[in-house]
Structures are given as C-alpha cells and as structure tokens.
Design a protein. Structure first.
Lengths: 173, 288
C-alpha cells in the first residue's frame, strides 16, 4: 500500500498542474508574465533526496514515467518532459551527497532543477519551432517568475513531505 | 540498475535517440492519437473532471462576490437594453419563420449555417505556454471529431485538435499558425460590399489574428467591424463571430492588406464551450 503513495501523489500533481492555471486570477496569465508549474519536478527533487538512497533510482524512474504523462496530456509532443525531467533528476540524484539535506539545499536544488528543466524544454521547443520568443524576453517574463513560483511551492512542500518521505524509506528497506 | 552508473554515455546516447524518435513521431502529421495516448488522456481527463468541479465552484464564489458590487449599475443598463431587444427578438422570429418557409419551398433544409451544438466543459489548460490548448470533457463518444470549431457565447475560441474516447483537446485561436486557416468575411448591408479573406495566424506581438483580405470592397474597412467565419472553407459553419477589426496594415509588398483582428472571446477565461458539428459536410480532406 505504501508503495502506491508516491505514484498517486505524483499523478495528482500532474492533474493539478492542468487545473492550476484556472485558479490563478486571469490578469496574471493574461499579462506578460508566464508562470509554468513544475510541481512534479519539485516533488521529485524531494524524493531524490529523502526517499532514494545511493543505490536506488526510484526518482529517475518516476521522473521519466510522469514526464511522459505530462507530454501526452498537455503538450502532445512526446519525450520532451520525459527526457528533461529524467536528466535533471539524475543530476540532482548524483549531487545529493555533496550537501547536507536541509531546507536550504532543497531550495537550491529546486531552483537549479527548475532553471535547468525549463531551459532545456525551451531549447527543445525552440529547435522544433514551437517557441519563437526572444531569449531575453524568455528570461525576464518566463524563467524568473517560474523559478520564483516553483521555489515557493518547494517551501510549501518541504515541511509536509521531508520527514514523511524519509520515514517511508525506512519502512520499505 | 548499475546500467545508470557504468554506462552513462551509452544511456545518454540511447536517451537522445529515443527523444528524437518520439518527437519525430509526435510531430508527424497524424490524424489520430495512438491508443496509449487516448487511454492516458481519458484517465487524466477523468480525474481532472472530478477535481476541477469543486475548484471552479470555489473560484466562482470569489468571483461572484466581486460581481455583486457592480450589479446595480449593470442592472440599470441592462434594463434599458432589454427594452430595445424585445423589438429585435420579435423581428428575428418573424425572419426566422419566413426563412424556414422559404427553405421549405426550395426543398433545402440544411445550409452552411446550421450546426449541431455539443456542449462541453473545460477541465484543464496546458501549463506549457507555447502550446495553447485546453482539454474538454467530451470526446469521440459524444460525436466530437477533429477540426470541428469550438465557440463560447462570445465567439470562436479554437478548433478540435485531437480526440480521445471521452475527452478531447482544443487548439485555441491564440495558438493558430499558418496550417490552420479560417476563411472569414466581413458582412455589410449591401451584398457587394462584403469583404472576404483568410484568418492566417495569430500574432503574438499585437495579440491579434491576422486577417488577410482577398476580396476588397469599395467601402473602406473601419475599426470595430465584426469578422465572422464565412463557411467557405468547408469545415466551419458560416456566421461564427471571430473578432473585431483593430487596425488595417498593408503587407510588405503593398499588394494586399491585412487587418489585425481582436478575438471576440477571451482566451483565458473559458469555462463552458460548444463544439460545433456542421450539418453540411464539406469536401473530404479539406483543410480549413
């Protein structure tokens, strides 16, 4: 039963990402700012650091599966999120032992993760020809607001799940 | 699992090959989604349906409280307007009846104007901004097909991009590119003064649709004139409002002119939509 918790939470986050933009007041979306939720990625950062050990790779597997789900449900272009999330989580998984795991490192990893993921996704979209904004505009109106919004999300999720994830790991091993 | 560590380069290369293959597969011009995609879309759509209902309910309450403040002023204004409309309604009814009679005489029941409405609710919007699409809770079972027009009470918002069994995705007007043209017209009182053209694509910079004018008329185009679909493209019915003219600019060679059209419907606040199933079939394979 406990094994199902993680996939269920992740599935819920995938679904919520689609509803999220409806909740926000429309003048926020209507204007120039563009905020992209990367909640799944943020949660996977927590999983990579608190749930995985050196030898287990749950987070990377989940990153690829749920990245693919996001691709299917929200963009219709397969592989983009799957590849990006997989790669970013793999790097964070590799870096996890360099720093102590407390809220500051999580925040750092979260910011790095969002920045890297959003950037790679946009490079891929740029190459395919879907995105056609100036890179400067992209940086100001999209990347920075996205990073801020998503780090807020990490701050919210850290107290909720950090202890719990560590506990689930103990119980499973 | 040691594959991840020992053969990093190998895995990375395979990953990139898979990525390119998948992107190539999904960018190919395909008319139907694969079974797996349909299944995933339906599953996620089902959960979204369950979640978006209470979320919207709460969001609505907040909005309603806002609205109450303006209610009195609006009420006065609407009452005045209502009095004017009463006459119009009567007139429209007369004309409709007459139209039906005349159609009966001609033995021509369906025109390019008539359509079957399929009512649907928006359950999700793509969090990826470059991809302007929303998900609605009606699909194949309800008779939705690819390329049908999608409208709200204000006007056209987009067209159906792909269909699953119980959900489908709508490409919004703001995501239209040169591959989805709409043949449109500006209707005038005199038959000869109508302007025909094509809605070519959405321009991000000016936030408007580009309406390339093919057939000019003597009377000049004015700001604020209503652009509606003409039904000549074979897919969308005629008479769906698209937007109002904002500005007219000549193209780079000065041969034709392009009007910037402000979409009539708000692309960001879409809750209930109607999928338009045109009664009269266009030619097969006709791209609008």
């Amino acid at each position: 039963m406990r094994r199902l918790f993680l996939p269920l939470i992740l599935l819920l986050l995938v679904v919520l990402e689609g509803v999220a933009l409806d909740i926000l007041p429309s003048n926020l979306i209507d204007g120039d700012l563009m905020i992209t939720p990367h909640w799944v990625l943020m949660f996977l950062v927590l999983v990579a650091i608190f749930y995985d050990s050196e030898e287990t790779y749950h987070s990377i597997l989940y990153a690829m599966v749920f990245g693919l789900l996001i691709d299917i449900a929200y963009t219709g272009i397969l592989g983009v999120y799957m590849f990006t999330y997989g790669g970013v989580i793999y790097i964070i998984h590799g870096l996890r032992n360099m720093l102590h795991s407390n809220i500051y490192t999580i925040l750092l990893f979260g910011i790095m993760g969002v920045a890297a993921a959003d950037f790679i996704i946009n490079i891929i979209f740029y190459v395919i020809g879907i995105m056609d904004a100036l890179w400067m505009d992209y940086l100001m109106y999209r990347l920075i607001p996205s990073i801020l919004a998503n780090s807020l999300f990490v701050l919210l999720f850290y107290p909720l799940f950090a202890k719990r994830l560590a506990k689930w790991r103990e119980q499973l091993s | 699992m040691s594959l991840f560590r020992k053969k990093r380069l190998f895995t990375l290369l395979i990953g990139i090959i898979v990525l390119v293959a998948l992107i190539g597969f999904s960018l190919r011009d395909r008319s139907e989604l694969s079974t797996v995609e349909q299944f995933v879309n339906d599953t996620i759509g089902w959960i979204q349906n369950a979640i978006s209902a209470p979320v919207k309910y709460v969001a609505n309450i907040v909005e309603n409280i806002d609205d109450i403040r303006d209610t009195y002023d609006e009420n006065q204004l609407l009452r005045e307007k209502l009095a004017q409309y009463k006459g119009l309604i009567y007139e429209a009814q007369e004309i409709k009846e007459e139209n039906q009679e005349l159609r009966g005489l001609l033995d021509k029941a369906d025109s390019i104007r008539s359509y079957n409405p399929i009512h649907a609710t928006v359950t999700a919007r793509s969090p990826e901004h470059w991809i302007e699409q929303v998900t609605i809770n009606k699909g194949d079972i309800d008779g939705v097909e690819v390329n049908m027009a999608v409208i709200t009470a204000d006007g056209m918002v987009g067209k159906i991009q792909s269909v699953s069994k119980a959900t489908s995705t709508v490409q919004l007007l703001s995501g239209f590119d040169e591959f989805n043209r709409i043949s449109a017209t500006i209707s005038r009182e005199d038959e000869g003064d109508d302007i025909f053209g094509l809605i070519e694509e959405y321009d991000e910079e000016t936030d408007s649709l580009l309406f390339r004018i093919i057939e000019e008329s003597d009377q000049d185009l004015k700001e604020g004139e209503l652009v509606v679909s003409s039904g000549m493209g074979g897919v969308f019915p005629a008479g769906l409002p698209i937007g109002t003219v904002k500005e007219v600019v000549p193209d780079q060679y000065g041969l034709t002119r392009t009007a910037l059209v402000k979409p009539a419907a708000n692309m960001y606040e879409i809750n209930n939509v109607v999928v338009v199933d045109r009664k009269l079939d266009g030619e097969e394979g006709d791209q609008e």
